[in-house]
Design a protein around this ligand. Structure first.
Ligand code: AMP
Length: 307
């Protein structure tokens, strides 16, 4: 039984108040796989790249236990490209350019060896592609989680709503939750979004943590207060990778275990922001991860005597 990850693999060009990355490797599926592979192997990846995508980067993923059979390589075409600029507060960014390139005409093919999919993580990319992957699976996975972004709310709203109807867990950030629901209050926004299909909704609030909504229940996990945030790109995807990686390892899809998964996701995201792009995720060890998760436990652990 396996974990299948779908999403973009990309070249990113990032500008923060601290510097410029120039063209580096990114993409939702890249971050998700790098993060999730700390908890579960193999990660069965579905994506598309152009002939310009470095072979060494594919090899590095494969060495970490990422199965690339579902990654199409279009030799004569260019990979997806995204560039963005962060504002001084690092919580907000402007997309400067999105070139879909190979992603724009991507027709995913789910390999036969991925049909044992038990957990499906639909990372950010065209809703039509996300839907096609769900439809190609002969057995419905035990849990389908999905991440998306405002770009698709603005360019493919109808397809997006169709996918949202099919998933168990939806992850969006606070501004996307507001855009999707038309509600400013996140509690009202969550109520509206849960009516659209998913059983669980995670609203990511960057340095202010993440909220998990399920029926009438709400859980909140803070983000680790970090001295320096260098580059938040990919933090949402890294969070998703930690979340689904923990769920796939434990095979437990209860609300209680999702709380732990959110803490694991938040711990992984806290590494991602420490350096440009995927750099920090490539360096960390299992000990670093365990230590970081303990820091989270300490952060929220307190006794209270009620009088
Ligand atoms: P995050 O910071 O978690 O929102 O993710 C950033 C990653 O998403 C970058 O590495 C980009 O390559 C990728 N990305 C940006 N825009 C899109 C898009 N429209 N579709 C798919 N991936 C995207």
């Amino acid at each position: 039984m396996s974990l299948v990850v779908v999403g973009s693999m990309a070249f990113d060009d990032i500008e923060t108040p601290f510097g410029k990355s120039n063209k580096i490797i990114g993409g939702a599926a890249t971050y998700i796989a790098l993060s999730a592979s700390n908890f579960k192997k193999p990660i069965k990846q579905i994506s598309v790249v152009g002939g310009d995508f470095p072979v060494e980067e594919l090899e590095a993923l494969s060495n970490r236990g990422v199965d690339l059979e579902g990654v199409q390589i279009k030799k004569d075409k260019k990979s997806f490209y995204w560039s963005g600029r962060y504002h001084m507060d690092m919580n907000t960014r402007d997309t400067l350019e999105t070139q879909l390139n190979v992603l724009g005409e991507f027709v995913p093919i789910v390999p036969e060896s991925y049909q044992d999919c038990e957990f499906l993580m639909l990372g950010n990319l065209l809703p039509e592609v996300q839907l096609s992957v769900i439809r190609q699976l002969k057995h419905r996975p035990r849990l389908i989680a999905m991440d998306t972004m405002n770009f698709w709310m603005e360019t493919a709203a109808d397809d997006l709503k169709k996918v949202i109807r099919e998933v168990d867990v939806l992850m969006v950030n606070d501004s996307e939750a507001r855009e999707l629901s038309g509600e400013f209050s996140l509690v009202k926004a969550a109520r509206e979004i849960l009516k659209m299909g998913p059983e669980y909704l995670i609203i990511k609030k960057g340095e202010h943590g993440a909220l998990l909504f399920h029926k009438q229940q709400v859980f909140f996990a803070p983000a680790l207060p970090l001295e320096e945030v260098f580059d938040p790109t990919g933090a949402g995807d890294t969070f998703a990778g930690g979340f689904i990686g923990h769920i796939a390892r434990s095979k437990d899809i209860s609300f209680e275990n999702m709380k732990t998964a959110i803490v694991v996701g938040s711990a992984m995201a806290s590494f991602c922001v420490e350096k440009f792009g995927t750099q920090r995720l490539q360096e960390i060890s299992q000990d670093d991860i365990d230590e970081r998760i303990q820091e989270f436990v300490q952060l929220v652990n307190f006794d209270i005597a009620l009088i």
